[in-house]
Design a binder for this molecule. Structure first.
Ligand code: KG4
Ligand code: ZN
Length: 345
């Protein structure tokens, strides 16, 4: 098949992204990937403010696109198609991206390709590691937590997922409860290194129930209670805080490990010669989680792969790549492409 070059646009949460990817499905490379985070804009509010996010995306997208093209060393007329996240996500941000992509498509006559943000994450191992279908994907981020059986560019089976919070959200809330900096994942992980994971036993929700569903919202309540019992004069000793982090992280690691074991069991019933477990999402940066998943894969004759962090977290290269997979099989959208706040795979 002929080589394709796609421009990708991402604006579904709090990262504005534009990227250029070239090649063929399973053999593509990233020519540029520009990501502008909005952490500072939302920091004072303790979470992403949709209105502020949408405005920032609208203001920054043009510049990100120009920079992505320049870094890739190509002009807009050289791209074969324009891919954009059409959902799921914060609707104002998604709309900003879709309108930007429609403008570029209308001005150039290039095909417009709407991409599901989750499909972008789920197909990333094919961009970074040439992984063949079918593979098992664990998507763990601040907003998502699910197991996907990926059989083709548009063939995903959800084996299970969180019934409440995502693990990244749990880490972020834990950090808030313990007065640690945001994002919470890296700071809780750093504290946990100095802590004793066995001192406090946090709940392992849903482990007693069959299936691959997960739950993390009860953990923060348990953390709050344990913290309050340890506090004296409204202060928390350093070691106590480290132990809380270690126990909290251990509960998340063990829950993810056991549910991943069950998802692997389902996948391995009908797996290819070289079975693969891939992770994506910001939480995949967690060292303890990676070690647990690597061990699990070693025990099950499965290859473990994780994209480099910049392509694990929200970015537009994964959107350009997912667009390439769609474009390669002749799919595209019209100017009636709509932005979808909810869009299950
Ligand atoms: O994929 P991502 O960048 O975007 C969102 O889904 O928003 O993931 C961000 C999430 C945050 O909740 C952050 O706390 C978490 O990933 N995270 C981590 C680590 N690094 C980032 N969680 C656990 N351990 C880490 N080292
Ligand atoms: Zn994402």
């Amino acid at each position: 098949t002929a080589s394709l070059t796609l421009l990708g646009i991402e604006s579904s949460c709090d990262d504005t992204g534009a990227a250029v990817v070239t090649g063929t499905p399973g053999e593509a490379r990233v020519l540029s990937s520009v990501v502008q985070g909005q952490g500072q804009l939302h920091a004072a509010f303790g979470g992403v403010v949709p209105e502020i996010a949408a405005r920032a995306h609208a203001e920054r997208l043009d510049h990100c696109v120009a920079e992505a093209l320049e870094t890739a060393g190509i002009a807009l007329r050289d791209v074969d198609a324009i891919a954009v996240t059409a959902g799921p996500g914060l609707i104002g941000g998604v709309l900003s991206g879709v309108m930007c992509a429609k403008g570029l498509a209308a001005a150039t006559g290039k095909p417009l390709i709407g991409v599901n943000h989750l499909a972008g994450h789920a197909l990333t191992p094919r961009l970074t590691d040439a992984v063949a279908f079918p593979y098992l994907m664990l998507l763990v981020s601040g907003g998502h937590c699910q197991f996907l059986l990926v059989r083709g560019p548009d063939d995903f089976t959800r084996l299970g997922g969180t019934i409440d919070d995502a693990p990244g959200e749990a880490f972020d809330k834990a950090a808030r409860l313990l007065a640690l900096s945001q994002p919470g994942g890296p700071s809780v992980e750093a504290e946990a290194r100095a802590g004793d994971p066995a001192r406090l036993r946090f709940p392992r929700p849903l482990l007693d129930r069959p299936g691959c569903d997960l739950s993390f919202s009860g953990l923060k309540t348990a953390l709050l209670r344990a913290r309050d019992e340890m506090m004296t004069d409204n202060a928390l000793h350093r070691q106590d805080r480290a132990d809380l982090c270690a126990g909290f992280q251990a509960a998340i690691v063990e829950t993810l490990r056991e549910k991943t074991r069950r998802a692997l069991e389902i996948y391995l019933q009908d797996a290819p010669a070289v079975p693969v477990l891939a992770v994506a999402g910001g939480v995949a940066a967690n060292g303890a989680i990676r070690v647990a998943l690597q061990e699990l894969c070693d025990q099950n004759g499965t290859r473990f792969t994780a994209p480099p962090l910049a392509l694990c977290t929200d970015n537009a290269a994964m959107i350009a790549y997912a667009g390439m997979e769609r474009h390669a099989v002749g799919e595209s959208d019209g100017m009636d492409l709509s932005a979808r706040p909810r869009w299950p795979l």
